[in-house]
Design a protein around this ligand. Structure first.
Ligand code: ADP
Ligand code: MG
Length: 258
């Protein structure tokens, strides 16, 4: 079950995901190269989060193949999937921190559960990940004491804790003002530079996408309608893509953005 192309971090082949008789994702095929920032765009409800969850092995696809680091994960059992999940850090749309735990314990949570490390090593890892995420020294704070932007950064630190090769971000800038959103965008690029991680970023913030992406995939009603570099997407002849990136209310699709 392995492939030899070392340049490819994630390979999706005909990925189809159904819930009951609803088809959420339909025949999605594309490749994400190692070290690249791939942004997934599309309207609300188009299937972006579902796609991210399928890549992250949180949802189980109905049909198709998902290759992570040269290993096909569709059909794996839970024990095998847990090993694959450890390669991927997930930054959720709403920071999803545990309210009653300090920042330190939130970031240490996955390490404590999955690795048997001495306390001083856990402390070292947490301090390092908080610094990388530009929220150093926040260990003793509770989530309620953090601003929206800080919560997202602590969420990133938690995703980094297991030192994953792949980072999956769901709407990392949603709900943030434009200045703070730019800080998060810069951090996403920073992670790629410093850690050489592969990043998949779900976003409907087209400015963020153009600032950060190496490639872009657009999902529309569960189907992949465009994939390519930022320039290729900007020059796409697909009217749905053009309407989305220009943010026009009038066009072939009803633009409902949050
Ligand atoms: N657990 C679920 N049960 C039924 N429908 C779902 C479920 N999760 C998502 N969906 C549906 O799948 C579609 C895609 O959802 P989602 O992946 O969250 O889209 P996006 O992240 O692009 O907003 C939506 O129509 C949504 O209502
Ligand atoms: Mg979503």
């Amino acid at each position: 079950m392995t492939e030899t192309n070392g340049d490819i971090a994630i390979d999706l082949k005909d990925v189809t995901y159904q819930i009951g008789d609803r088809t959420i994702l339909n025949g999605i095929t594309f490749t994400i190269r190692r070290g690249e920032i791939m942004c997934i765009i599309g309207l609300s409800g188009s299937g972006k989060t579902s796609l991210l969850h399928c890549i992250g092995a949180l949802d189980h696809v109905t049909k198709g193949e998902i290759w992570i680091d040269g290993t096909q994960i569709v059909g794996m059992n839970e024990k095998q999937l847990n090993l694959v999940r450890e390669k991927m850090g997930m930054v959720f749309q709403y920071a999803a921190l545990f309210d009653s735990l300090t920042v330190f314990e939130n970031v240490a949570f996955g390490i404590r559960r999955r690795r048997n490390l001495p306390e001083d090593e856990i402390r070292r890892l947490v301090t390092e990940k908080l610094a990388l995420s530009a929220v150093p020294g926040t260990e003793s704070l509770l989530p309620a004491q953090l601003s929206g932007g800080m919560s997202k950064r602590v969420g990133l630190a938690r995703a980094l804790a297991m030192e994953p090769g792949i980072l999956l971000y769901d709407e990392p800038t949603s709900g943030l003002d434009p200045v703070v959103a730019t800080v998060i965008d810069d951090l996403i690029v920073d992670m790629r530079e410093k850690l050489k991680v592969t990043s998949v970023v779900v976003s409907h913030n087209i400015q963020s996408v153009f600032r950060t992406a190496d490639s872009v995939a657009m999902i529309h009603e569960g189907k992949l309608i465009a994939v390519g570099t930022v320039d290729e997407i900007k020059n796409s002849e697909n009217p749905i893509v053009q309407q989305f990136i220009q943010g026009k209310a009038e066009g072939p699709i009803e633009l409902t953005r949050r």
